[in-house]
Design a protein around this ligand. Structure first.
Ligand code: ASP
Ligand code: MG
Length: 471
């Protein structure tokens, strides 16, 4: 079998974890599998780089120096713990120093200018993955394996220049990855590829968006026509609900690509929402496994016809940190184009909308945005819309949450919405706004923040998600 294996930041966080990675690789090699590793930055490193960029923008060079020192120290310490061959260790320490020096030059130039472009930001963010990939590669090499680490761009992943959330250009990517990674595999070399980062067509570094290493793994998997992609995380797999909210939550054993994508969109998994696109097209199964609990089978994401759809709802998600914006005015009734105006203004201002609803009276339009963009959204709309005779009021409510019930089994089955809303009403929760995607893969609604946990648990109970056999 040919397998792409992605290890998240917590799955490589310390010596014990990395030894486990080495064991997993050895076991696969013995079993005559070919593996391609995709590595995330160590846990917290990408966040630290973001903090450093903030400090650079305010010209706080002392703070930057502190962050750089810590970055260097943490990576050195880990390398010393896991690279059990002196020559290899010396070489990797040198490599880490060079990477840190390069990072230092870029971040200091940001601090002199007090300005960061999306392009230089991606350049800075790319160092987290380069540092960790270099350590993993050295650890495997010191354990007598033939390995080579390369950045996502060097591996052949090419994207557009939408820095911060770059999109892969699949034709050229497929061709380059096949050639470059294929050559390494033919020579018996294990490729260790940095997740998250890629190149534009001119070899400028881009990133695929937060949690983008999953996406890197599936892009490589699709390009190489692998048998499976394995995503190692610090949870048992995809769950019927967040276990911190619903202690009875179960691991979902099998789920279709479209259901899993829907869950990712609603934040129910820590997976990049686009990560499943490349593999879904080719029906390459994805296994989500727990690196902290190898015995657990994890979740298998695969084509719908191989998945038991079970009851209508498979998982209940909750999105916190959102705001409900309502645009209203009696003059909106029967006036065409108000909704179009609102949404084009928002799209010009890069405000991402999670949910939309308009009452049939047409006197108002409500929608959900992330809480951090709520002030900006209201201001922008006020400037553009108030003062005429259509829109009279724009308000934002910040103490709300979105709850979403996801499952392909609800497609074409009447009565699911009724069950959802009855269950929520029975626990005394008031629903503020409702939406159902036309894909019929989810029913989502907005409740007061203080009611959200109650709503999630009510649905979990109603659809018997605590009984693992239906998942
Ligand atoms: N290191 C990046 C992030 O934290 C990418 C990833 O972990 O997948 O978002
Ligand atoms: Mg991460």
């Amino acid at each position: 079998m040919k397998i792409v294996m992605k290890f998240g930041g917590t799955s490589i966080a310390d010596g014990k974890r990395i030894e486990q990675v080495i064991d997993i690789v050895h076991e696969n090699i013995r079993g005559k599998n070919k593996v391609i590793l995709v590595i995330s930055a160590l846990a917290g490193v990408t966040d630290n780089i973001i903090t450093a960029i903030g400090k650079a923008l305010s010209g706080d060079q002392e703070a930057i120096t502190r962050i750089i020192e810590k970055l260097k120290l943490d990576h050195h310490r880990l390398a010393k713990e896991v690279v059990k061959d002196e020559v290899v260790l010396d070489a990797v320490l040198l490599e880490l120093n060079e990477l840190v020096e390069e990072f230092k030059r870029v971040i200091f130039s940001v601090s002199y200018l007090r300005e960061v472009t999306p392009r230089s930001r991606d350049n800075l963010l790319s160092f987290g993955e380069k540092l960790s990939a270099s350590i993993i590669c050295a650890a495997l090499k010191a354990d007598a394996l033939k390995v080579k680490w390369l950045s996502g761009g060097e591996a052949g992943i090419v994207t557009d220049d939408h820095f911060g959330a770059a999109r892969p250009l699949m034709n050229i990517t497929n061709q380059q990855v096949k050639e470059r990674i294929g050559n390494l595999l033919d020579e018996g070399i294990i490729p260790v590829v940095t997740g998250f980062i890629a190149y534009t067509q001119n070899d400028v570094t881009t990133t695929l968006g937060r949690s983008g290493s999953d996406y890197s793994a599936t892009i490589l998997g699709a390009a190489l026509d692998v048998n499976e992609v394995w995503i190692w995380k610090d949870v048992d797999g995809l769950m019927t609900a967040d276990p911190k909210i619903e202690p009875l939550a179960q691991t979902i054993q099998r789920i279709s690509y479209s259901e899993a994508m829907e869950m990712a969109y609603f934040g129910a998994t820590v997976m990049h929402p686009k990560a499943l696109e490349p593999v879904a097209e080719k029906n390459i199964p994805v296994r989500v496994k727990n690196a902290f609990n190898l015995k657990k089978p994890g979740t298998l994401v695969m084509e719908e016809k191989l998945v038991k759809l079970g009851d209508a709802v498979k998982s209940v998600a909750m999105i916190k940190d959102v705001a409900l914006i309502t645009v209203s005015g009696a003059g909106m009734v029967g006036t065409p184009g108000v909704a179009a105006r609102v949404f084009s203004i928002l799209s010009e201002n890069h405000v991402n909308i999670l949910m939309i609803s308009q009452g049939s009276s047409e006197a108002n339009i409500s929608f959900i945005v992330s809480r951090e963009s709520s002030d900006r959204t209201v201001n922008t709309l006020e400037i553009a819309l108030l003062g005429g005779d259509t829109v009279k009021d724009i308000i934002s409510e910040n103490d709300v949450c979105v709850v979403a019930a996801v499952g392909a089994g609800m497609k074409g089955i009447p009565g699911v919405a009724a069950r959802v809303f009855k269950a929520v009403a029975d626990v005394g929760v008031n629903v503020r706004m409702i939406a159902q995607g036309s894909s019929e893969l989810n029913i989502s609604f907005v409740v007061q923040e203080e009611d959200s946990v109650k709503a999630v648990r009510a649905l979990h109970r109603e659809f018997r998600l605590d009984k693992s056999e239906i998942t």
